[in-house]
Ligand binder design. Structure first.
Ligand SMILES: O=C(O)C1=C[C@@H](OP(=O)(O)O)[C@@H](O)[C@H](O)C1
Ligand SMILES: C=C(OP(=O)(O)O)C(=O)O
Length: 446
């Protein structure tokens, strides 16, 4: 593997953020749009696709398994699929880079095709647990050999020997994970009979929405206690679609918090996806006193969206209800930065999953915030943050990003409200999910 030299970047106290921006397409929806288009028979068209490294890794993998995927000069993507059951054995290992979503969802897809596929990734991805998908996919008949990771976990590199026809499965999710849910549903696409995922805690439902949109027979039944039974009828035939990908709320999050924190700011972020399984951060920031207005709520590509107007606000610390965690799981690093400027304590719990993302986001945020002058207490499953009441942070530190885009962007925003600059040791990971992050920040700060 080649390693680019690190690109450090310094972020300093900002003038008010003003103006209107559009953020790139949703990462979760972009992955799924490529995967399902590559399995449909005929040509699908996708606009607004996120062109970050994670999504490009998915595109490269689908190409390596037989799909034709092209980007036109006007930014539209055209995909000719191979049909469910038609994936070809890739000639080389699939390099998933930094992307957990690509890895886990594609493992599901190939598990029920009669092909052998090897998955590799960068140092961050190679440390992440894969047992959570290996277990159910093995029960369906795939033969998976993984590398041993820390504390008995199974990790990349790994090899999946798929089985077709596979055995349908009824599986109760032991962790709240849209990636595990989606891997099983995608495996179910090419499996005869009904594959069922039982989801006690709801997670992002883009797979369900899009599978239905492509014509799969998928139903969702909700028990009185909220448990969801998601059933897909296998050996599905997918019909090509035209998809418009809405803006990514997880990317918008950095600018929402930046505008709330930098005095005098007033910005509008256009076309932000507000699927209720993703929009938890907005509720939490409003509870903290954030002034966030939804303008022109509408539907794009089967998903609710709106423009967001965000103005500088004095925030108050709160106890964050752990039940909202799945609907804002990737937004905790930037929420911790908001909490660092709030008045009083912000208490978070129930965030064990943050320890197995691109980095251990609880530990890495605790270390970084402490380095820039914030009082933080770390527990097993969360942080308690003592806010400054709106006073600038000390700053004056170099933060290790640990190949984690959300850590890098969170501390970039912290730099905007610090007395002395905050340096990120390597800004490169930001391109996995938000290639024009710095350009948009510069635009708003002018
Ligand atoms: O399904 C998806 O697109 C994602 C699910 C979440 O992961 P988990 O399923 O591991 O919670 C999230 O953190 C990730 O950024 C994207
Ligand atoms: C956790 C994330 O992504 P992934 O799991 O796809 O690497 C993320 O984008 O914050």
């Amino acid at each position: 593997m080649t390693h680019e030299p690190a690109t450090p970047r310094r972020f300093s106290a900002s003038t008010p953020l003003e103006g209107k921006i559009a953020i790139p397409g949703d990462k979760s929806i972009s992955h799924r749009a490529l995967m399902l288009s590559a399995l449909a028979v005929g040509e699908s068209r996708v606009t607004g696709l996120l062109e970050g490294h994670d999504v490009l890794a998915t595109a490269a993998a689908m190409r390596a398994m037989g799909a034709t995927i092209e980007r036109r000069d006007d930014g539209e993507w055209r995909i000719h699929g191979v049909g469910v059951g038609g994936l070809l054995q890739p000639r080389e290992a699939l390099d998933m880079g930094n992307s957990g979503t690509s890895t886990r969802l594609l493992m599901g897809l190939v598990a029920t095709h009669p092909i052998t596929t090897t998955f590799t990734g960068d140092a961050s991805l190679s440390g992440r647990p894969m047992g959570r998908v290996i277990d159910p996919l093995s029960q369906m008949g795939a033969d998976i050999s993984a590398s041993p990771g820390a504390n008995g976990t199974k990790t990349l590199p790994l090899m999946v020997r798929g089985l077709a026809p596979a055995t349908p499965l009824t599986y109760r999710l032991p962790v709240a994970s849209a990636q595990v849910k989606s891997a099983i549903l995608l495996a179910g696409l090419n499996t005869p009979g009904i594959t069922e995922v039982i989801e006690p805690v709801p997670t992002r439902d883009h797979s369900e929405r899009m599978l239905r949109g492509f014509g799969a027979d998928l139903t969702v039944e909700v028990d009185t206690d909220g448990t969801r039974h998601i059933r897909i009828v296998g050996e599905a035939e997918l019909k090509p679609q035209t998809i418009t990908v809405p803006g990514d709320p997880s990317s918008a999050a950095f600018f929402i918090v930046a505008a709330l924190l930098v005095p005098g700011s007033d910005i509008t972020i256009a076309n932000v996806g507000l699927n209720p399984t993703r929009a938890g951060l907005i509720d939490v920031l409003r509870q903290m006193g954030g002034n966030i207005e939804l303008i022109d709520p509408r539907e794009v590509g089967g998903e609710p969206v709106a423009d967001l107007r965000v103005r500088h606000s004095a925030l108050k610390g709160i106890a964050v209800d752990p039940a909202v965690a799945p609907s804002m799981i990737d937004e905790f690093p930037i929420l911790f930065v908001a909490a660092a400027l709030a008045e009083g304590r912000t208490v978070t719990t129930g965030l064990d999953e943050l320890r197995v993302k691109e980095s251990d986001r609880i530990a890495v945020m605790a270390t970084g915030l402490t380095a820039i002058g914030v009082r933080v207490e770390e527990s097993e499953d969360g942080l308690v943050i003592h806010g400054s009441g709106g006073d600038p942070l000390a700053g004056d530190a170099t933060i290790k990003g640990h190949l984690d885009h959300r850590i890098c962007m969170s501390f970039a925003i912290a730099g905007l409200v610090s007395k002395a600059p905050v340096t990120i040791d390597d800004i490169a990971p930001v391109a996995t999910s938000f290639p024009n992050f710095e350009a948009l920040l510069t635009e708003l700060a002018q």
